[in-house]
Design a protein around this ligand. Structure first.
Ligand SMILES: *[C@@H]1O[C@H](CO)[C@@H](O)[C@H](O)[C@H]1NC(C)=O
Ligand SMILES: *[C@@H]1O[C@H](CO)[C@@H](O)[C@H](O)[C@H]1NC(C)=O
Length: 259
């Protein structure tokens, strides 16, 4: 009996954490409205950005991406051409972003082979959002020319700016908010969590840790959540809280709209 208890105590925590993380990495459920074709600006405004009726996120499935752009963003192509470039990475916590320069090669390799241990702290996790502090990203600007960002505008937010990002499985950003915009997946899957009210979370904790510990165990406001596959495009409304979690090594583009 004693013997069984010992085994039970040892096995239980291991099974629970790994199972949970693996379960999260295979989540497919989606409670966000979905569109299967590109609708008009008027329809977009009516359905998803209508203050009198509803403002909600929306996921456009399988939005075609320019072939040349897809070609240029193949990971081998990026490594071959631009591996020696330096990029600016940021810690993935909500309030205190610390920045650092790393070689693109090193970043990609570390993200493609993440340690199997779940990273608990966002302030100890580096992530590339597409920031450029070095003015050494002419190469990226050249690639981005081929990307056609979504043509929707949101009220007076009419000026798009596009950023490119990539991150390994289990990376992402914890809850934060800013102006409205879009994000499209180029490769890999990403899970999104959004809420109009502030969710319960620790700003220093990674999204994967939050998804394991707090998503269901802490009282949360209504959360929209969805897994985006390559090609899928999500709209995040102005000032909505949102957190992201890469379920695979993922490449993605964000379009932020400003006034
Ligand atoms: C990250 O945050 C955690 C929790 O707040 C803290 O214990 C840890 O020391 C921080 N790490 C660094 C490198 O600042
Ligand atoms: C989060 O981490 C930062 C920097 O590591 C630290 O200064 C801050 O106190 C931490 N906040 C919380 C809520 O733990």
């Amino acid at each position: 009996m004693m013997y069984l208890n010992v085994i039970f105590l040892i096995i239980l925590p291991i099974v629970f954490t790994t199972n949970n993380a693996e379960d999260i990495y295979s989540l497919e459920t989606c409670n966000i409205p979905e569109e299967y074709t590109l609708i008009s600006q008027h329809e977009f405004q009516q359905r998803y950005n209508n203050p009198k009726q509803s403002i909600t996120p929306v996921v456009f499935r399988q939005v075609p991406i320019n072939k040349q752009f897809l070609h240029l963003t193949q990971i081998d192509s990026i490594l071959n051409r631009y591996g020696n470039k330096y990029i600016t990475v940021t810690t993935a916590n909500t309030y205190s972003y610390k920045k650092q320069q790393v070689k693109l090669n090193d970043y990609i390799h570390s993200q493609q082979n993440p340690s199997s241990k779940i990273k608990r702290w966002g302030n100890e996790t580096l992530y590339w959002f597409g920031d450029d502090l070095l003015d050494d990203q002419y190469w990226l600007t050249q690639i981005l020319r081929y990307y056609k960002s979504p043509s929707y505008t949101v009220d007076d937010f009419v000026h798009p700016s596009v950023t490119f990002g990539m991150g390994g499985r289990g990376t992402g950003v914890p809850f934060h908010f800013h102006g409205p915009g879009f994000q499209q997946m180029i490769s890999g899957r990403k899970r999104w969590y959004l809420s109009v009210e502030k969710p319960a979370f620790d700003p220093n904790e990674t999204t994967i840790q939050w998804a394991i510990d707090q998503r269901w165990k802490t009282k949360q406001p209504f959360l929209y959540e969805c897994t985006l596959n390559p090609g899928d495009l999500i709209f995040f409304p102005n000032l909505w809280w949102h957190a992201t979690l890469n379920l695979d090594f993922a490449i993605f583009l964000s379009t932020f709209l400003s006034l």
